[in-house]
Ligand binder design. Structure first.
Ligand SMILES: [Zn+2]
Length: 335
């Protein structure tokens, strides 16, 4: 987060931030990290943005025990007026002991109307040493008057390759095919990825891997299309976005292999490494395609279109049928 680092290094940490982005991409951790960097007892002069993580202040902040780092979350489904009043009261006083008080408002989109209005003045002008961080995955649900009083910091989905790196740091074997599949279907969310990659009870990952293996071992796209066709029928609507993410990744990987950039493939690289193969892409979870590059591109486009249709509340069965039609047409053109 270079924006935040720069703010700390230059001593211009805003008094009100809005950390926005999809769930599980590290917004809360960044808020706690900012609080640590502001209050660390031993942060080096050269690297004021690097909290040590081990001093008394850092440990108390990490443990949620520091009096100047306070988190508010919805009480039930809403953040209420009484909670907002507590925040206002904190914002009028200087920090107890730290250099900066950090008030984190988790799921800030749940602030109800009166609580939102109550916070406006504090967001605009808290007393010195106070920093409010509103955390949300639904920034559009906040009042415009709240948004305009905060500095927005956008957090993005984490790419599959980076998820794998994080997995390795957590002791997961990145070449494990299940782990690779988890990285693709986690939707860019670190916590979801770790949950999927470490939960051996989850059949969907193993099922998906089995389908891809079958496809890769000479049966081409048929097993994938069969599995996709079933998705439309069953009550598996919740799994549909994951299945489409995986399907999109299969075509994407096939494309990057076809244009000579196999290092960028996620699933292909996975299996090749798992099999101890020196060359990436010759043994992979990606089916042996006969499709030319434009055909692969059109197929990927069809998957993206289906994803967009689902996000726009199109009937899932229709979206899948339309997608299968497009994919089969590409197969026929070359087949
Ligand atoms: Zn420290």
């Amino acid at each position: 987060m270079t924006v935040l680092k720069r703010a700390i290094v230059t001593g211009r940490v805003s008094h009100a931030y809005l950390f926005e982005g999809p769930p599980g991409v590290g917004k809360r951790s960044a808020a706690v990290g900012l609080a640590m960097a502001l209050n660390c007892d031993v942060a080096q002069a050269g690297n004021p943005d690097q909290a040590c993580g081990t001093c008394e202040s850092c440990r108390r902040i990490a443990g949620g025990l520091h009096p100047d780092v306070v988190t508010f979350a919805p009480d039930g489904t809403q953040i209420l007026m009484e909670q907002a009043q507590e925040i206002v009261a904190l914002g009028q006083r200087r920090p107890h002991e730290g250099r900066g008080r950090v008030v984190i408002v988790d799921d800030a989109d749940r602030l109800n109307l009166s609580a939102s209005n109550c916070l406006l003045k504090t967001l605009e002008e808290p007393s010195a040493g106070n920093h409010l961080i509103l955390v949300t995955s639904a920034p559009d649900r906040l009042l415009a008057t709240i948004r305009s009083r905060t500095q927005r910091v956008r957090f993005r989905s984490v790419l599959p390759a980076l998820l794998l790196e994080i997995g390795v740091r957590r002791g997961l074997v990145a070449s494990g095919v299940d782990v690779q599949v988890a990285a693709v279907v986690a939707g860019g969310c670190v916590s979801r990825f770790l949950e999927l990659a470490t939960n051996t009870e989850d059949h969907s990952i193993r099922d998906a891997t089995a389908v891809l293996r079958e496809a890769a071992r000479g049966r081409g796209i048929a097993p994938i299309l069969d599995a996709a066709a079933e998705l439309g029928d069953k009550e598996s609507k919740q799994r549909l976005p994951e299945a489409l993410a995986l399907l999109g990744r299969v075509y994407r990987d096939a494309l990057v292999i076809a244009v000579g950039a196999p290092d960028l493939a996620v699933l292909a690289a996975a299996d090749a490494r798992a099999e101890g193969s020196a060359t990436v892409g010759d043994r992979s979870l990606v089916p042996p395609w006969d499709l030319p590059v434009p055909g692969l591109g059109r197929a990927l486009g069809a998957v993206l279109e289906a994803e967009a249709a689902l996000a726009g509340n199109v009937n899932p069965v229709m979206a899948i049928e339309h997608l299968l039609l497009n994919l089969r047409r590409e197969e026929r053109v070359t087949g």
